[in-house]
Ligand binder design. Sequence first.
Ligand code: FUL
Length: 459
Amino acid sequence: MFTLLVAGIMSGSESQAMPAPPPPSPVEPLPTARQLAWQDLEFTGFIHFGPNTFTDKEWGHGDEPATVFNPTALDARQWVRVMRAAGMKGVVITAKHHDGFCNWPTAKSSHSVASSPWQGGKGDVLRELSDACREAGLKFGVYLSPWDRNNPEYGSGEPYNEYFRDQLREVLTNYGEIFEVWFDGACGEGPNGKRQVYDFPSFRALVRSLQPSAVMFSDVGPDIRWVGNESGWAGETCWAMLKAKGHGIGSDNPPSAKSLNEGDIDGESWIPAECDVSIRPGWFYHASEDGKVKSPAQLFDLWERSVGHNANLHLNFPVDRRGLIHENDAAAVLGLRAIIDATYGDGTDITRERATVVSNDRTATIEIALDPTKAFDRVVLAEPIAFGQRIARFRVSACATVGGAPSDWTTLAEATTVGHKRIVRVPETTAARLRIEVFDSRGSVLLSHIAAHHTRFPQ
Ligand code: FUL
């Protein structure tokens, strides 16, 4: 392995080492520091836990008595152990779901853990989880549903918005650093038959002032966007940019499903996609789904189509009635980790050169040497996205011999975007040379990583 700096368009099969070129000029829009840090996390956990766990519902009505909430063996350290072993870098928990029940002892409502029998009403799920995260080095985030089916003022306009901001303030000030705030778009009718008009600008301003490094999730960001499905995958074409202007959240004219899934090449805002999906069919725990946990191979497929499509994977665990991540869910996600490590872990890249590509042109051809004794079926590319996302169309091909004639090259894949990480699935191939041809780019071509791997599914 050696480091190769390629400047300009490569010709022929010989790579040419060049002196370090000047730093590339950025192509806007650009990510903020908080967005860059978030995208590097790649894989994060999601926890859905609350009265629904005990009532077998997905959407509570808000009239469930707080006494139903009674986990028998809640252990947030077990959740964190599983997530950390799975390679997740952070976790977001439903501090409050649509039923309005608060997993922390809010001063603003009696519909919370404080009215439950769990720990004699002295418990605080956010405290347990944020402490466990801090101990283990995992980032901690919160989901706070603006739709609150319990609060009598829901639908009243400003009085409810004030209540929501007060709760937001509680969760943003009492649990240390928050890395992500998840704003759900659901907006149903309140008990008064009225639909609440959420004051999102003021919610966002509060998050920025209290937790300036937190990213905010919604259909239109402002920092990260919903990917347009709850199945855990981003489009093969996936831009971090979005035409967010003029669009809102939930029923308020959100971007089209296609824009959410693929982004917009001409989007004015940098809002990368987060792929949220549950490890089971439901977001909340249902014993009837104990046998319906996604398999490690299914999870790996989603991991490659999210993390490998320039997005992050946000995988949900429906914590069970004991207050634990169920054994089946833990086994599945650890199985996923084993496949990722065997496929992409240290020593699995079969390229024999490290190419950092800095071209002066919107097209580029890069060739690098491979270990000709080893087969591969994945090609991994990355752009240094701090300079903007650029590549729009490329081809991957391979040649069995060094210095092969043009006819000796086989096209393995044609693809579009790259971004933070692009995993291209290719037919199983053994070759001496790998070629990446970039045909179209929003600016001069930059690549920070080129690698080739073979999928491995350990038993
Ligand atoms: C949705 C909610 O309605 C679901 O219950 C779940 O929380 C999911 C992550 O977001 O919009």
